[in-house]
Design a protein around this ligand. Structure first.
Ligand SMILES: Nc1ncnc2c1ncn2[C@@H]1O[C@H](COP(=O)(O)OP(=O)(O)OP(=O)(O)O)[C@@H](O)[C@H]1O
Ligand SMILES: [Mg+2]
Length: 252
């Protein structure tokens, strides 16, 4: 609700969809938006990815999840957007039991969650514009509404001048920023980023993190997995650590 008011069409001019003044947005309530209750995930080959994880994330939080390769970071995010299901325990997002959702109800929840992937997952033969617009077209937005949303999203990630480029014509950092634009163009209240800086140099990594922080400043709940301790120190936000599927206490 808060986000919708941030993104209201009345906001003009459109840069950042009203995200340029995060300090003006009142934070009145901070209910739990993500809750994992005693969650375990064992894959079909018996790999134990998560063990007895309990985690509460409140609306407007920015949380880092760190941990070595194979510790369960991606699995945890996949449970949140319903790509995988917990073997035990409950995963609640916006008070919905994700493990029980199917079909339309799962699609509706997914529209409320933007996902940024480490490997970008851009469509190679589509332009930047088409890559970002795709999910809006799929949801049946009008051409005018797609236009209205696209340019601020691309401007926010600094790529409005590259709308007609194809992914192969962009650097890794630019491709990652396209994937951020795609994740936020539907104005989701929750943003999950799985190693969004995994393939980027330090400058690009910091730039991407600053974009995520800015989105968080506008009220979006952000969960970021990363290996990059240096970046975590620079951004200075709460951090949880996964180790062999166990979630360890906050590091701060
Ligand atoms: N689809 C799958 N089938 C079987 N095992 C899997 C599957 N996906 C992940 N695993 C296993 O689950 C464990 C956790 O994997 P996950 O991808 O969540 O780790 P991660 O912390 O994201 O690692 P990385 O930092 O390398 O991305 C690993 O042991 C992995 O081999
Ligand atoms: Mg991973």
């Amino acid at each position: 609700m808060m986000l919708l008011s941030v993104m209201a069409p009345a906001i003009a001019p459109l840069p950042l969809m009203g995200l340029e003044n995060p300090q003006t947005i009142p934070r009145v309530t901070t209910p739990t938006v993500i809750s994992l209750q005693n969650v375990s995930k064992t894959y079909s080959n018996n790999a134990k990815a998560l063990v007895g994880v309990n985690l509460e994330i409140r609306r407007g939080d920015f949380l880092f999840i760190t941990g070595p390769s194979g510790s369960g970071k991606s699995t945890l995010l996949k449970l949140l957007y319903g790509e995988e299901r917990a073997s035990e325990g409950k995963v609640l997002v916006d008070n919905l039991d994700v493990g029980q959702l199917k079909g339309d109800r799962l699609s509706r929840l997914r529209r409320r969650i933007g996902v940024i992937f480490q490997d970008y997952k851009l469509i190679p033969r589509r332009t930047v514009y088409e890559n970002v617009a795709f999910s809006l077209w799929a949801q049946g937005f009008s051409r005018k509404e797609v236009q209205r949303r696209l340019h601020p999203a691309l401007k926010m990630v600094g790529l409005h001048h590259k709308v007609n480029c194809f992914p192969e014509q962009l650097s890794g950092g630019e491709q990652q920023r396209v994937s951020i634009a795609r994740a936020i163009v539907g104005t989701p209240p929750i943003l999950l980023a799985d190693e969004p800086t995994g393939n980027l140099d330090p400058d690009n990594s910091l730039q991407v993190m600053k974009i995520l922080k800015k989105l968080n400043g506008a009220g979006i709940t952000v969960v970021v997995t990363t290996h990059d301790d240096g970046l975590i120190r620079q951004i200075n936000q709460p951090t949880m650590q996964l180790f062999n599927g166990y979630l360890l206490r906050p590091r701060q």
